[in-house]
Every structure is written in C-alpha cells, then in structure tokens.
Design a protein around this ligand. Structure first.
Ligand SMILES: Cc1ncc(COP(=O)(O)O)c(C=O)c1O
Length: 343
C-alpha cells in the first residue's frame, strides 16, 4: 500500500508529467552545464511569465537557490533582514552566513510574515563602519507558517527596501501554492510588487529536483555564473532540470498540483474546526495547517499519517498537504484525531 504523510510536501514523489518529461529528455547526448535545448526552452518559459529582461539560473535545491541569490546581491559586511522563522534563518544551517558572509537579522513574527514597522526598526546605523550594513530584506512566499503575503503587503515591504536603498529577495520555494492562493500571475506579486531576486521553487510542487533563481535586474546577476559554480550548484546534466521546468510551466501544469494541495489543506481546516479540542493557529492560505492539539495524543496520531510537531512547548503541529494528498487520508486522520481526543 502506498504510504502518505502530512509531514512535508517534500515527502511527496514526482508528478507523472514530470517523470515523463525526464524520461523524454533521457535521449542521447546533450550539451552539459546548461548549454542544451531543454534549459534554453525553460528559460524562455520563465521569460514568458516575467518578461524578457530577466536572468534565470537553475539550482538543485531551495537552500542553494536562496544562498546563491543572496550571495549575488550582498557583500560580507552586509546584513539580511528576514523573519525569525525564515528558512534561511532556521533551516539552512549557516549556509547563508557561510556563503554570503553577511549577518542575518531576524525580525519577529507571529504569522510568518514580517511587517514594514518591524523591519524598519532594525534598519539602523546605515553608513556606520562599525555596524553590519543592511542590504537585503528577504521574505518567504508562502511563509514558513504557510500564510501568504498579499500584493499590497509585498509592495509595502518593497517601499521600505526602496526607501533605504535595500534589495528585496523572495524565497518562493512554494511560489506555486502562493500564486493559486492569490489567484494572480507570478509577476504580479514578485517583479511588479518590487521583488528584485526570486527563488522559484519546483521541488515542493512535484519536481524531482530543481529550483530557479530569477533576477529582475540583470545587473544583479552579473557574477552569478561564478557564484553558482563556486556554490556547487552548477548541474552538469542541466537538461534534466530544464526539462522538468519546461513541463511544469507548459500549459499551466504548475497550477494543478498547487491547487490540489491548497484545496486539501482547506478541507483539513474545515474538518479540524469541528473538533472542539483542536485550535487552528494560523490562517490557512495555502497548503499547510498549524494547530494546537492535546500533547498526549500526538505519538499515536503520528503512527498512521506522520506529521511534525512544530512547537513542543505549545503542542502545535504542522500538517502539510501535497499534490498527492487524498481526501480519504484526511478523513481517516480526522476520524483518528476525533477518537483520540474523546478518549
Ligand atoms: C520556506 C522554504 N524555503 C526553502 C526551502 C528549500 O529547502 P531545500 O534546501 O531543502 O530544498 C524549504 C524547504 O523546506 C522551505 O520550506
């Protein structure tokens, strides 16, 4: 029997259409390191979404995409402001610090989002040689709490970046979930909202591997090919990343898995709301649900459909849905949760 969990969208496998694209690309020889047709076509697809005047660099994983993008736009005397919960702050070891040399400045958050007020408070001592020089604001879309910034919220953060001559980076490891949640095209909440550099995620939405760093100002990418190689993210058989993005971005394939995952999260939310002992802690905007449950039931509940505990102290759990989550699994989970809660 196939086993599925609510642990992470990274636990899910690969979309069948992506497997087919990989298989189709496995055809004879192709130039390496990105000089192949698949990569060229994938870059064209990104241009069709974001405009011709962009630079696109593929990477293996999300940490790599974030670290490379941030490395391209910082120097080691800079600082990067991000949410205290940001993946770059808590889940990338010290890769961002190691490769950029810059200091991460965590901004407090209760929703996963950071606000212009809290960011501004931390942009201090500009041009003071003794102090880390703020250079980048980094936001995650969707956030680590699976909440989604509105276009207005992103524009307001971008206004802060512009005011202080900083750059705006977006960790879009779940950008497809954000786009379907907002029901907007990719450019509207990235480039058009003032984002300068974007990590465009593929893996969490059904790719086997592959993310892209997208620069909306070509000048910012001028050293990127060296930075990527130095950062060990230059894939020799790049055609297999290109082929996957080609398939994902063709005929809006990307929408289907993201819509499904978000819809499953909504169903989970609706069902959880009916259980009095459960308290949902965050707005369910995309494919994740955060909820407080009785701590004593967690080990038993994890047995059939594994999930992670987000906060041991408060007994807050994180339930992630993915493109292959089945309605039936949600119903099973809820039945078990209800039974355990009443026991
Ligand atoms: C917000 C966020 N950014 C980036 C990533 C990418 O991480 P990885 O390096 O594991 O692909 C993740 C994965 O969990 C994430 O949740």
């Amino acid at each position: 029997m196939q086993k599925r969990t609510f642990a992470s969208d990274n636990y899910a496998g690969v979309l069948p259409e992506i497997m087919e694209a990989l298989q189709a690309a496995n055809n004879g020889h192709a130039s390496s390191y990105g000089a192949d047709e698949y990569t060229a076509q994938a870059i064209e697809k990104f241009k069709s979404h974001f405009g011709d005047d962009i630079e696109v660099y593929f990477a293996y994983n999300g940490t790599g995409a974030n670290v490379l993008g941030l490395s391209a736009i910082t120097q080691s005397f800079n600082s990067i402001l991000c949410s205290e919960l940001a993946h770059i702050n808590v889940d990338e070891s010290t890769a961002p610090e190691k490769f950029t040399g810059a200091k991460l400045i965590p901004v407090p958050t209760t929703t996963g989002k950071i606000t212009p007020e809290e960011i501004t408070k931390r942009i201090i001592r500009l041009e003071d040689q003794h102090h880390p020089q703020a250079k980048v604001i980094s936001i995650s879309q969707t956030t680590e709490y699976a909440t989604v910034y509105s276009i207005e919220e992103i524009k307001a953060i971008s206004a802060v970046a512009k005011k202080f001559k900083l750059l705006l980076h977006m960790d879009g490891s779940r950008i497809c979930n954000a786009a379907v949640s907002l029901n907007k095209n990719f450019a509207s909440f990235t480039r058009d909202a003032g984002v300068d550099v974007l990590s465009f995620g593929g893996t969490k939405n059904g790719l086997m591997f592959g993310e892209a760093v997208v620069f909306f100002n070509r000048e910012l990418a001028k050293n990127m090919k060296y930075i990527r190689k130095q950062g060990m993210q230059l894939h020799s058989k790049m055609r297999f990343i290109g082929a996957q993005f080609n398939a994902l971005l063709a005929n809006d394939l990307w929408k289907k898995p993201a819509q499904h995952a978000n819809r499953m999260a909504k169903l989970m939310e609706e069902e959880l709301k009916k259980i009095p002992s459960v308290k949902i802690t965050q707005s369910v905007d995309a494919n994740g649900i955060f909820a407080l449950v009785k701590p004593t039931i967690i080990p038993e509940l994890q047995k059939e459909h594994f999930f992670y505990v987000w906060n041991d102290q408060t007994s807050e759990i994180r339930l992630m849905c993915s493109f292959d989550t089945k309605e039936e699994e949600i119903r099973n989970f809820i039945t078990k949760l209800r039974a355990l809660s009443n026991a």
